[in-house]
Design a protein around this ligand. Structure first.
Ligand code: SAM
Ligand code: SF4
Length: 326
């Protein structure tokens, strides 16, 4: 078991495969020119498998692949298929651009659920946000996954004046499509120009939903980061990830391994523990894992607390989101 000093058991590992991406979402990529990590510094497939096995022997039951964009890695299929052999629930978070190229691999790996990031239902706005013109492809790939009975969760980072007016349109999508739309509060990371007035809070999201729909709260799971809701008569549902206005740190069970093999005990932790270097030197990484999680702060990486409206993002020391893996 991997347990922290607040008795939280950590059984969920998110592995970033790369900090490279085929989109350029303005809220995720750092402001300055981002230099993608050189290939030799990235964990290799055998190293990912070896580290994942170590976590599994310590009680990890769920692994999610992320990035950057996990499906831009040339050896992504090899990695997915090797991790699929482990006794874990394997899933991934992707921008959806290349899902059609990977559908047979996803089926072979028996992936049951995938998160697709899609912040708008308007093609022009998609281009403004991502600086790429592949809205239709992403939408088609959502349908492709549904056709294959893979559960799709749509990740929507909500930002004031950008897409908050589309919340009801996303909910309309769940009327006939069995999707879970997950509205995510905008979070501060290195270089992403976060200001508190761009955040659309849980309460504001629910007010916008209530302007058109009556919603019912649903019972959530023990370690859920999302609060779940249902509209009567909709086959899909929606959820809100309220990291900024109502954090869920007390039940956190997540660990994050960056593409260059550093373990982070929190999305917002300043410190990180190198596992890849010691692994390459033939050292035992287990004590390092326990030490890293043992040092986890009670909440939000120990970097901020209180009302998000008072956060000064310039005082937060962290990586950019694209180099952590959300
Ligand atoms: N490329 C993949 C994708 O877009 O799904 C995986 C990596 S991406 C970093 C993982 C998730 O983090 C995405 O849903 C993305 O929208 C979200 N994300 C990125 N920056 C964020 C921020 N500043 N606040 C909240 N969510 C963010
Ligand atoms: Fe790429 Fe995902 Fe970040 Fe967008 S959110 S830039 S798709 S890693």
């Amino acid at each position: 078991m991997i347990r922290d000093s607040f008795n939280r058991i950590h059984n969920y590992l998110r592995i970033s495969l790369t900090d490279n991406c085929n989109l350029r979402c303005f809220y995720c990529m750092p402001e300055e020119d981002h230099e993608f990590t050189q290939a030799f510094k990235l964990m290799q497939p055998s190293e990912i498998e070896s580290l994942a096995k170590t976590f599994v022997t310590e009680g990890v039951t769920k692994i999610k692949l992320t990035g950057g964009e996990p499906l831009v890695r040339k050896d992504a299929a090899q990695i997915i298929l090797s991790l699929a052999k482990l006794p874990v629930e394997l899933s991934l978070t992707t921008n959806g651009a290349r899902v059609h190229d990977f559908i047979s691999v996803l089926l072979q790996a028996k992936i049951k659920s995938i998160n697709i990031s899609l912040d708008t239902l308007i093609a022009d706005k998609f281009h403004t946000i991502t600086r790429r013109d592949i809205f239709k492809q992403v939408k088609a790939n959502v349908d492709l996954l549904l056709q294959h009975n893979i559960t799709v969760k749509i990740n929507v980072v909500v930002m004031k004046g950008l897409n908050d007016m589309e919340i009801v349109d996303f909910i309309a999508w769940t009327k006939d499509s069995p999707l879970e739309v997950r509205f995510i509060e905008f979070m501060p990371f290195s270089g992403n120009r976060w200001t508190s007035n761009q955040v659309v809070s849980l309460e504001e999201i629910l007010t916008l939903v209530a302007s058109r729909y009556e919603y019912l709260p649903l019972q959530g799971g023990l370690n859920d980061t999302a609060k779940h809701y249902q509209i009567a008569g909709h086959v899909g549902s929606f959820a809100i990830i309220s990291t900024m206005s109502a954090p869920f740190c007390s039940t956190c069970n997540r660990m994050r391994l960056t593409a260059d093999g550093k373990l982070k005990n929190c999305l917002f932790s300043e410190s990180e523990t190198d596992l890849l270097g010691p692994l390459r030197n033939g050292e035992d990484v287990l004590p390092l894992i326990h030490q890293c999680i043992g040092d986890k702060a009670k909440a939000l990486g120990g970097q901020f607390s209180g009302l998000f409206e008072h956060i000064d993002a310039s005082t937060i020391h962290n990586r950019s989101m694209i180099t952590i893996g959300g």
